[in-house]
Write a protein that binds this ligand. Structure first.
Ligand SMILES: [Zn+2]
Length: 205
C-alpha cells in the first residue's frame, strides 16, 4: 500500500531537505542534511506536507481544524522568517560567517546570506568524530578570518570549541539551540529560532 505521506505523482512539491555539496562536489546520496528546520520557510513547506499527509492517513481529521491550523502556523512561520531577517539585518555582509560544531546551519546560511566557514566535526551528525588535521586547518582559518565566535549546540560538549577558542584567543563560544528545544528562550520552535538569531547577531556585531 502506498504511504499516505509519499508525495503523489500529480503533486509538484518542493523538497524540504537536500543533499549537501562539499568542496569536493556533491556529497553521498545518503548524506542529506536533516537540519532543514534552521530555515522557517522550509518548515512552512513541511507543515503543508504534514497536513496533507495527515488528512490522507486519517480522513476524519479533514472535518476538524487541521487545514486551518496548518495554514495559520504556516503564516506564523512566514512572519517569523521576515522577523529573523530583521534581527539579522544589523550583521554586516563581511561578518556573516558561521563556524559551528557540526554541519547544522547550512539552510539557515542559504536563507539569510551567511557563509559556513567551517565546522569542528565535518559531518551533519553531531555523533561523528573530529579529526586533528581538519581541526588544525579550521583553527588557522578562524585566525586568518578574525572570526569572533564559534557556535555550539546546547546538547553537545563545548570541549573542542573551547580548545579552538583558547588556541586562537578572542573567540567567543556561543550556545545555540540547534538540535532540540530548551528552557530560557527556546520553549517553542519560533522562540528557539528568535533566540538563535539574536545570539548569532550579538556574537557577530
Ligand atoms: Zn545536528
Amino acid at each position: 500500500m502506498e504511504s499516505p505521506c509519499a508525495p503523489r505523482s500529480t503533486e509538484s512539491t518542493p523538497s524540504i531537505s537536500t543533499t549537501l555539496t562539499t568542496p569536493d562536489g556533491p556529497a553521498d546520496a545518503e548524506d542529506v542534511d536533516p537540519h532543514f528546520f534552521t530555515d522557517p520557510a522550509r518548515v512552512a513547506t513541511a507543515v503543508e506536507h504534514l497536513a496533507g499527509c495527515m488528512a490522507r492517513a486519517v480522513p476524519e481529521l479533514v472535518r476538524t481544524d487541521l487545514r486551518q491550523n496548518a495554514r495559520a502556523y504556516s503564516e506564523e512561520l512566514t512572519a517569523l522568517d521576515a522577523e529573523l531577517e530583521d534581527i539579522l539585518a544589523v550583521v554586516p555582509a563581511q561578518r556573516r560567517v558561521l563556524v559551528t560544531d557540526h554541519e547544522v546551519f547550512g539552510y539557515f546560511a542559504d536563507r539569510y546570506g551567511f557563509e559556513v566557514l567551517g565546522t569542528i566535526i565535518p559531518s551533519t551528525s553531531s555523533q561523528a568524530q573530529a579529526d586533528a588535521a581538519s581541526l588544525s586547518d579550521l583553527i588557522s582559518l578562524v585566525e586568518a578570518e578574525g572570526t569572533p565566535a564559534v557556535f555550539v549546540s546546547t546538547t553537545s560538549s563545548p570541549r573542542l570549541a573551547e580548545s579552538l577558542a583558547s588556541q586562537v584567543g578572542d573567540v567567543e563560544v556561543v550556545e545555540l539551540f540547534s538540535e532540540t528545544l530548551g528552557p530560557d528562550g527556546a520553549d517553542t520552535y519560533t522562540d528557539m529560532m528568535r533566540t538563535n538569531a539574536r545570539r548569532i547577531t550579538d556574537a557577530l556585531t
